[in-house]
Design a protein around this ligand. Structure first.
Ligand code: HDE
Length: 723
C-alpha cells in the first residue's frame, strides 16, 4: 500500500485556487485562427491540488474509504466511485474503417486566385492562409494495429474556412474498390478481420477479401494499386492524396467545372518494400505515426501541393470511361494537374483523443463554390459520414467538439441533444417573428456572398437499380496501370498478388482471381499462377474493354508515365534517416565527416553501436553513440554508412551484420569506407562494387566532398530495387 508522500518536510500545501494560466500551443510557428480558438478549450497542466469533477479537493487518491483498515469499502466514497466510473467510460467506438490514424494541424494557401473556376472563399486570394487539420489512416486494421501493413491510406483534410468547414476526405490512391456505396458494407465485411476469429489484423491476405474481389471485378483496378508499393508508404509525409471522386467547382454565377483533387508531397513519393514493411510492423508498429510527430517537432514541416485536374462540363463524355465512375482515374497525360496551392502541417495535436480521435470528417461538408457530382459512391458517402459520427461520438453535438468547431460563426435552429455545450437563447424555429426572423435564410443566387446553393444540374430519369453501362469496363485502367509500371514495380505487384493469394485457402477463389488477372495482363496472371501453384490461365479476351490493349492510342490511354514511382522521386534528402555503424577503433574523422556532410543536406544521422554511451575512435577521441543496436533496426533507416576501422568488432556483432544484410536486401543505399567493406561481405554481399546503390571508398583513401555528394544522390533515389 502506498500513499502520496508529498514533498519532503511535511504535508503538501495546495496552492491557492486561482484561474489557471494558459498553456499555449505545444509546437509550431505562427499561431493561426484555429489555434487561438482552441485556447478556450485547453486545460492547463494540473499542477495544483487534485479535485473531483465537481472541483472538490481530494485528501487521498490511493486508498478507498473503508470501515477500519481491513473492513468493507463504503459506498459513500464518491471519489472512488467517480474515479472508477469515469475510467469505465473512457472508450468510444473506434471508426468502423480507418480506425488507426495520426493527425496534425497546419495551413493551406493558394498560389493564385481560382476565382475563374470557383467562388470558394479560401481559394480566392494567393497567399491567404486557411487553418487545416489532417488525419492520415490505414483502412482495415483496428486502432492498435501496425502502421506499415499493406493497405490503402486515408488522407482527410478539414479546412477551417471563413465560410465554414470544408472536408476533403481522400485516400492515397486515386480510385476505389467499388463503384456504388451500397456495396461498401459488403466490401468492408470482406476486407476486415474474419468474423469467427478476428484474423488477420490489418491485412488483406485472407479468404473473404479475395473471395469478394474475385466476384466483384470492378475492384480489379484498385487491386493493382493495393498490390503495388503505394500500399506500403515510407511515411505519411511521402505519399500522395486524392479526392478520388469527380467534384465540381462552381463560380459565383453558377458555372461549373469538373475537378479531381490531388495532393503531391514535396518530399516526393517513397515506399517501403514488402519484407521491410513486415519487419517494421514488429520493430516499430508506430512507424508512420512517430515519423509524422517527430518531423513536426523537429520543425521539418511536411508539405503537399494541391493540384487540380479541371475538365469543362462540355467534355464530360469525351473520355473512354465515365467521369462519375470512382474506379477510374483521369490520366495526367490527358488532363494535366494544375498546381494551385500548398499545405503545410506545422503543429502536433496536444491530446490524441480530444483531437485526432474526435475529429469528424464528412464528405458533405462543402463550402459555396465546391459541389458534388452524381458519382454513386460519393452520394452514399454523403449520408454515411454524418451517420457514423452520431454513434461514434455519442450524439448530434459532435461539431461542437473543439477540433470540429468551424471558425465561421454557427447560427442554427438545431437544439439540445447529448452533450450540448451551448446555452442557446431566443427562438429555434423558422419562420418566426418574435426573433426578428433570425437566423434568416438569405435566398438563392448569392453564392458570391457565401450562401451555399446547390448546383442546378438538370436531371431526368426513372427510378432504376442498374449500373450504368458506361461503368462496365473493369480491366482497361487496371491494364493501363500495369503497363505504366517499371519492371521492378511489376515484379513487386506480382510478388504481392502471390503472397496474398498464396495465403488464400479456398482454391476456387484463387482460381477466379487468377482468371481476373488474365483479363488485365496474361503475363501477370501466368506468373502469379506459377508462384501460387495454380494452373496456367487461358488468355482472357476482356470483351468489355474499350481502352484495352489498343496498340495505338494516346499517352494516357495506352500508358501513363505519371503513375510510375520512377517519376515521382523527390529532390534532396531532407529528413531521411542515415545510420552510421560504429565500434571500438572506428575512424572518428570519417564519422564526423559523414555527420557533417549528410546533416548539411537535412538528413538525420545517428551512430549505432552494440551498447549506448561512446566508443573509442582510432584517433583516441570518443565517438558518441546515439542508439544501441538492440533498441533499433535497419528497417527504421533509409541508408547506412560503415566507416573504416571497426570491422573486427562489427563482423562478429550479429545485430550489425543483420543490420547491413537487411539494408542490402531492402535495396537501401549503403556506403562502406575502407575496411568497412568487410561488414558488407559478412552480410552476404559478394561483389559489393557491382551492386547498385552501394558507394565504396577504397582503403587508404579518405572520402572527399564528391564521395558524400554521390552518396546523397543515392539516398535521394531512395531504393535500388533492381539489386
Ligand atoms: Fe470512407 N468512411 N467511406 N472512404 N473514409 C469513413 O467515417 C464510407 C471511401 C475515408 O480520418 C467512416 O468517420 C462509405 C472512399 C477516410 O476520420 C465512414 C464509403 C474514400 C476516412 C466511411 C466510403 C474514403 C473514412 C468511418 C463508400 C476515399 C477516415 C469513420 C461509399 C476517397 C476519416 C468515419 C478520418 C472514414 C464511409 C469510401 C476515405 C463509415 C460509405 C472512396 C480518409 O463513415
Amino acid at each position: 500500500m502506498t500513499t502520496n508522500p508529498g514533498p519532503p518536510g511535511g504535508r503538501p500545501q495546495p496552492p491557492p485556487v486561482t484561474e489557471a494560466p494558459h498553456p499555449g500551443p505545444p509546437s509550431g510557428g505562427e499561431r493561426d485562427a484555429k489555434d487561438i480558438a482552441l485556447d478556450a478549450f485547453r486545460a492547463p497542466e494540473p499542477d495544483g491540488a487534485l479535485t473531483t469533477d465537481q472541483g472538490i479537493r481530494v485528501d487521498d487518491t490511493d486508498n478507498s474509504l473503508t470501515v477500519g483498515e481491513r473492513g468493507p469499502t463504503l459506498l459513500e466514497d464518491f471519489h472512488l466511485r467517480e474515479k472508477l466510473t469515469r475510467f469505465d467510460h473512457e472508450r468510444i467506438p473506434e471508426r468502423v474503417v480507418h480506425a488507426r490514424g495520426a493527425g496534425a494541424y497546419g495551413f493551406f494557401e493558394p498560389y493564385e486566385s481560382l476565382a475563374e473556376f470557383t467562388c470558394a472563399d479560401f481559394l480566392q486570394e494567393a497567399g491567404r492562409r486557411t487553418p487545416v487539420f489532417v488525419r492520415f489512416s490505414t483502412v482495415q486494421g483496428p486502432r492498435g494495429s501496425a502502421d506499415t501493413v499493406r493497405d490503402v491510406r486515408g488522407f482527410a483534410t478539414k479546412f477551417y474556412t471563413r465560410q465554414g468547414n470544408y472536408d476533403l476526405v481522400g485516400n492515397n490512391m486515386p480510385v476505389f474498390f467499388i463503384q456504388d456505396a451500397i456495396k461498401f458494407p459488403d466490401f468492408v465485411h470482406a476486407v476486415k478481420m474474419e468474423p469467427h476469429n478476428e484474423i488477420p489484423t490489418g491485412g488483406t491476405a485472407h479468404d473473404t477479401f479475395w473471395d469478394f474481389c474475385s466476384l466483384q471485378p470492378e475492384s480489379t483496378h484498385m487491386l493493382m494499386w493495393a498490390m503495388s508499393d503505394r500500399a506500403i508508404p515510407r511515411s505519411f509525409r511521402m505519399m500522395q492524396g486524392f479526392g478520388v471522386h469527380t467534384f465540381r467547382l462552381v463560380t459565383a454565377d453558377g458555372r461549373a467545372t469538373f475537378v479531381k483533387f490531388h495532393w503531391k508531397p514535396k518530399l516526393g513519393v517513397a515506399c517501403q518494400v514488402w519484407d521491410e514493411a513486415q519487419i517494421t510492423a514488429g520493430r516499430d508498429p508506430d512507424f508512420h505515426r512517430r515519423d509524422l510527430w517527430e518531423a513536426i517537432e523537429a520543425g521539418e514541416f511536411p508539405e503537399w501541393e494541391l493540384g487540380v485536374q479541371l475538365i469543362p462540363e462540355k467534355d464530360e463524355f469525351s473520355f473512354p470511361f465515365d467521369l462519375l465512375d470512382p474506379t477510374k482515374l483521369v490520366p495526367e497525360e490527358l488532363v494535366p494537374v494544375r498546381p494551385v496551392g500548398r499545405m503545410v502541417l506545422d503543429r502536433n495535436p496536444e491530446n490524441f483523443f480530444a483531437e485526432t480521435e474526435q475529429v469528424a470528417f464528412h464528405t458533405a461538408n462543402v463550402v459555396p463554390g465546391i459541389d458534388f457530382t452524381n458519382d454513386p459512391l460519393l452520394q452514399g458517402r454523403n449520408f454515411s459520414y454524418l451517420d457514423t459520427q452520431l454513434i461514434r461520438l455519442g450524439g448530434p453535438n459532435f461539431s461542437q467538439l473543439p477540433v470540429n468547431r468551424p471558425l465561421a460563426e454557427v447560427r442554427t435552429d438545431q437544439r439540445d441533444g447529448y452533450g450540448q455545450q451551448v446555452i442557446h437563447s431566443g427562438t429555434s424555429y423558422a419562420p418566426n417573428s418574435v426573433g426578428g426572423g433570425c437566423p434568416a435564410t438569405l435566398g438563392g443566387g448569392r453564392l458570391a456572398e457565401g450562401v451555399f446553393e446547390h448546383y442546378q444540374e438538370r436531371v431526368d430519369g426513372q427510378a432504376i437499380r442498374r449500373r450504368s453501362p458506361s461503368f462496365a469496363d473493369h480491366y482497361g485502367q487496371a491494364a493501363l496501370f500495369w503497363r505504366s509500371m517499371a519492371g521492378w514495380e511489376q515484379e513487386h505487384i506480382i510478388a504481392a498478388f502471390s503472397f496474398e493469394l498464396g495465403k488464400v485457402g479456398d482454391q476456387a477463389v484463387r482460381h477466379r482471381m487468377v482468371a481476373n488477372l488474365a483479363r488485365v495482363d496474361q503475363e501477370l496472371a501466368v506468373e502469379v499462377a506459377r508462384r501460387i501453384g495454380e494452373p496456367e490461365p487461358a488468355p482472357e479476351p476482356a470483351p468489355d474493354r474499350p481502352t484495352g490493349d489498343r496498340e495505338a492510342g494516346a499517352v494516357g490511354e495506352r500508358v501513363s508515365p505519371a503513375l510510375s514511382l520512377e517519376n515521382l522521386h523527390g529532390h534532396g534528402i531532407r529528413t531521411r534517416k542515415v545510420a552510421v555503424l560504429v565500434a571500438q577503433g572506428v575512424d572518428a574523422a570519417q564519422v564526423r565527416a559523414a555527420r557533417t556532410a549528410l546533416r548539411a543536406e537535412g538528413a538525420t544521422v545517428e551512430t549505432l553501436a552494440r551498447y549506448g554511451g561512446s566508443v573509442a575512435g582510432s584517433d583516441g577521441q570518443d565517438v558518441e553513440v546515439d542508439r544501441a543496436l538492440a533498441t533499433t533496426a535497419s528497417v527504421l533507416y533509409d541508408a547506412v554508412v560503415v566507416p573504416d576501422g571497426a570491422e573486427d568488432v562489427l563482423v562478429v556483432e550479429p545485430d550489425a551484420v543483420r543490420f547491413v544484410n537487411e539494408a542490402l536486401r531492402h535495396g537501401k543505399p549503403v556506403a562502406a569506407l575502407g575496411t568497412g567493406t568487410a561488414l558488407l561481405r559478412a552480410a552476404g554481399a559478394r561483389e559489393a562494387e557491382q551492386l547498385a546503390g552501394v558507394a565504396l571508398c577504397g582503403p587508404d583513401r579518405q572520402p572527399g566532398a564528391s564521395f558524400w555528394e554521390d552518396f546523397v544522390h543515392l539516398i535521394e533515389q531512395h531504393r535500388f530495387p533492381q539489386r
